[in-house]
Design a protein around this ligand. Structure first.
Ligand code: ZN
Length: 425
């Protein structure tokens, strides 16, 4: 491969994935708008037209902002790579810090900071305009700043040592560095998963044990029925930031916790809460979390191996606009890792239906489990309330959904819950 050919391959992939993203979003906009004035038949008696229209307008507002972000992302990526931005940053850092590990860390910090600053207006607009306009935002400026500061400290504490370890391993471990980096990466991920429920999440939210005695008894009966050991039921003050409701599982082994957003408990009846929890238990019973961790581990090993092959190729750097003046062979590990992580998503986006399809399959399995352990009707009414209260659209564009949705469209999910499962399974 020559640098010139690789530039063409990169440009073609960027054009393809950007065009695909824009096309899918525009289809989605049109589809949602076209169905704005009529509630789908199977929801007609549960959701009124005003709520349906609100969901359409909310979706349109979010997708329109998303279109702008897709364009900005593509421009920034081009400016940093072929536009020479990354090369300039690299030279500036080198002149200032020499070419040791500090240079590598500073380069990553600069690019992350740049990404944050460029993404900031859209992020603020999303929270303080769109979410606020539809009545979801509860975030205040002081809380926003506090979150930002805590997030920044956590990023430095976790990513800093990880990145240092990765750059060091890439330097000293010879041609099998990618294997060692993979092991360190896995260990860090497991550590974060382990620390998340008891150390990280409480930095941002308050978790109080579930107090409602009758609800607790109901849930504990369900847990026993499903053979699930947990070290606690917690309520999280999600209403501090947003009116959106949710429930999730976190932690490992016996330290598993079940967390309900206070916003969810306010909206659903005890039967519906039980059904939502049974769905979450379905994910656990089918080992979805473990399967997902296993899949991402295998993929990350493959990507690291690929980077191991690319990082010794001058055409990889020069083709992406770095070191095209003949210095590409001595570009170093930090910029190689950075380029790779920036460019990889461009090549992967067309494969998104595979991962989101897997996620939708898992949702169906968890729904089927919930329907067996509780009443399907309770899960259906919980889902309808959640779709309504979260202003989630009932009429997504099918192709857009295929690429982007981790959950099946509402109508298909509910239709499946309404058909009795084959007996005896
Ligand atoms: Zn689920």
């Amino acid at each position: 491969m020559t640098p010139y050919h690789f530039t063409l391959v990169f440009l073609a992939a960027l054009a393809l994935s950007t065009a695909l993203r824009l096309w899918l979003d525009i289809r989605h906009l049109r589809h949602v708008r076209a169905h704005r004035d009529r509630v789908p038949d199977n929801f007609a008696d549960r959701i009124d037209l005003a709520d349906h229209r609100k969901a359409a307008d909310y979706t349109v507002a979010k997708v329109r902002l998303g279109l702008l972000e897709i364009a900005v992302d593509a421009i920034v990526l081009l400016a940093l790579t072929l536009g020479g931005g990354l090369g300039l940053l690299d030279q500036a850092m080198r002149a200032w810090l020499g070419s040791g590990y500090l240079h590598g860390l500073a380069l990553f910090a600069c690019v992350s900071l740049l990404g944050f600053v460029i993404g900031l207006p859209a992020s603020l607009y999303r929270t303080f305009r769109i979410e606020a306009r539809f009545g979801f935002n509860k975030l205040t400026w002081p809380l926003w700043f506090a979150d930002l500061a805590k997030g920044a400290v956590l990023t430095v504490l976790i990513s800093g040592p990880l990145l240092f370890a990765v750059l060091w391993l890439m330097d000293v471990m010879g041609s099998y560095w990618w294997l060692y980096v993979w092991l360190v990466w896995l260990a860090t991920n497991l550590l974060v998963l382990f620390l998340y429920p008891t150390v990280i999440a409480p930095l941002f939210n308050k978790f109080t044990p579930l107090e409602d005695v009758s609800l607790k008894a109901r849930i504990e009966a369900l847990l026993t029925r499903c053979g699930f050991a947990s070290s606690g039921l917690f309520v999280m003050d999600g209403s501090k930031r947003s009116a959106h409701g949710n429930a999730y599982f976190t932690g490992f082994g016996r330290a598993k916790r079940i967390v309900f957003f206070d916003t969810l408990l306010d909206k659903l009846s005890p039967e519906e809460i039980e059904a939502v929890l049974a769905h979450e238990l379905g994910h656990f019973k089918h080992r979805h979390v473990i399967k997902r961790i296993a899949l991402s581990s295998v993929l990350s090993l493959a990507f690291l191996w690929l980077l191991g092959q690319l990082i010794d190729q001058p055409w990889f750097f020069a083709g992406l606009g770095v070191g095209a003046d003949g210095t590409a062979s001595s570009m170093g590990t930090a910029i190689g890792l950075l380029l790779f992580s920036m460019v990889l998503p461009v090549f992967l986006f067309p494969l998104a239906p595979l991962t989101s399809g897997l996620s939708r399959k898992h949702e169906y399995e968890a729904d089927a489990y919930a329907a067996k352990q509780t009443a399907a009707a309770d899960l259906i009414s919980a889902l309808v309330k959640l779709y309504r209260d979260n202003a989630a659209t009932l009429t997504p564009d099918p192709l857009h959904s295929l690429f982007h949705d981790s959950h099946p469209p509402a109508s298909q999910r509910i239709a499946r819950l309404q058909t009795p499962s084959p007996s005896g399974t």
